[in-house]
Design a protein around this ligand. Structure first.
Ligand code: ZN
Length: 326
């Protein structure tokens, strides 16, 4: 079983809940992308289904632990995302509601449904699930993961035990990457972009598309500094086909602007963005009011993209707003 770095309090709370036979039937993990939500969902699932726990921890080597780790335990269900914009549909919620009444067939007598990376979660499937999670069968457990709790209806949130995940320290990230066998140079470049966010550091090293988005964010920062609308439009155009890519770039750019503001108040502080030099230059280029407006424009653009507004239109409007501000 892979070691989980950080979120220590959360890990011990989950462990205590299960070992004291007070496991919550519905749990939600929320936090930024890469902060360990899915690892924690898997850990909680292992705690619930492990056949031979050792000191309250999953053993990591029984059939259940190995199957969960490999992603094919018959009583760990990842419902299908067949709704609009990659969300869950009413049909999926309906089939979970029926399936939940089929008893599991494993030594612990439990089954777990994992709704991972929830976004664009329509209220109809949520309402369909609500009745189930209000009165779940004794053996059924539900885990939701999302970047923000705002994805869910208040009625769903009120029935979940919610845990916010945090990113780790840079030292923990270096340690985790070294454990995976990465070179010092790879570790340095990943940590300089994603700091203590171990999930994003790993993605950066494995996933070419993340490196492209980092480069793109750097180009966008340069175009803001130079007030070059053409360069900004051209850069945005390269991700305009994919909503998730666009939102990833918005998030990275937003962190840069956040760092620029912090640097104005506390020079020489280390940031959370992927481009320390760019944050320094943006900090000289923008005053706090301009930065606040850019942050608002990015938030507005993000919610427009999530609401299925045409991406090229959103990007064109955003470029005009940024150039009009700086
Ligand atoms: Zn086990």
């Amino acid at each position: 079983m892979n070691r989980i770095y950080g979120n220590d309090y959360l890990l011990s709370t989950l462990k205590n809940m299960v070992s004291r036979d007070k496991a919550a039937h519905t749990v939600m993990f929320y936090g930024e992308k890469g902060s360990g939500k899915k690892l924690l969902a898997r850990y909680y699932t292992m705690l619930l289904l492990c056949e031979n726990p050792i000191d309250g921890e999953p053993c990591g080597c029984c059939t259940a632990c190995r199957n969960i780790e490999a992603g094919y335990h018959p009583d760990v269900i990842y419902p299908e995302k067949s709704g609009k914009l990659g969300g869950y549909s009413v049909e999926t919620a309906g089939s979970v509601a029926s399936d939940a009444y089929v008893k599991p067939n494993n030594k612990t007598g439990r089954k777990v449904y994992i709704f991972a990376d929830c976004r664009n979660f329509d209220s109809r499937p949520q309402n369909k699930l609500l009745k189930l999670i209000e009165e779940p069968p004794d053996y059924a457990y539900f885990i939701f993961t999302a970047e923000s709790k705002s994805v869910f209806l208040p009625t769903i949130i009120s029935r979940c035990v919610c845990f916010g995940t945090s990113v780790c320290t840079e030292d923990q990230a270096r340690q985790a990457l070294a454990e995976d066998g990465h070179s010092q140079e790879e570790i340095r470049s990943a940590v300089s972009c994603f700091h203590g966010n171990i999930g994003m550091c790993k993605s950066y090293l494995f996933d070419e598309s993340i490196r492209r988005k980092v480069d793109l964010t750097k180009s966008l920062a340069d175009s803001i500094i130079r007030r070059d609308e053409y360069a900004m439009n051209s850069a945005f155009y390269t991700v305009a086909k994919d909503r998730n890519d666009v939102n990833d770039v918005f998030s990275m750019l937003d962190k840069l602007i956040r760092d620029a503001v912090v640097l104005k108040k506390i020079p020489d502080t280390s940031g959370i963005s992927c481009f320390a030099d760019g944050a320094g230059k943006l900090s000289e280029r923008l005053d706090i009011y301009q930065a606040a407006r850019l942050h608002r424009y990015l938030e507005k653009a993000k919610s427009a993209v999530e609401s299925n507004v045409s991406i090229p239109l959103v990007l064109a409007a955003l470029c005009a707003e940024i150039i009009g501000t700086v």
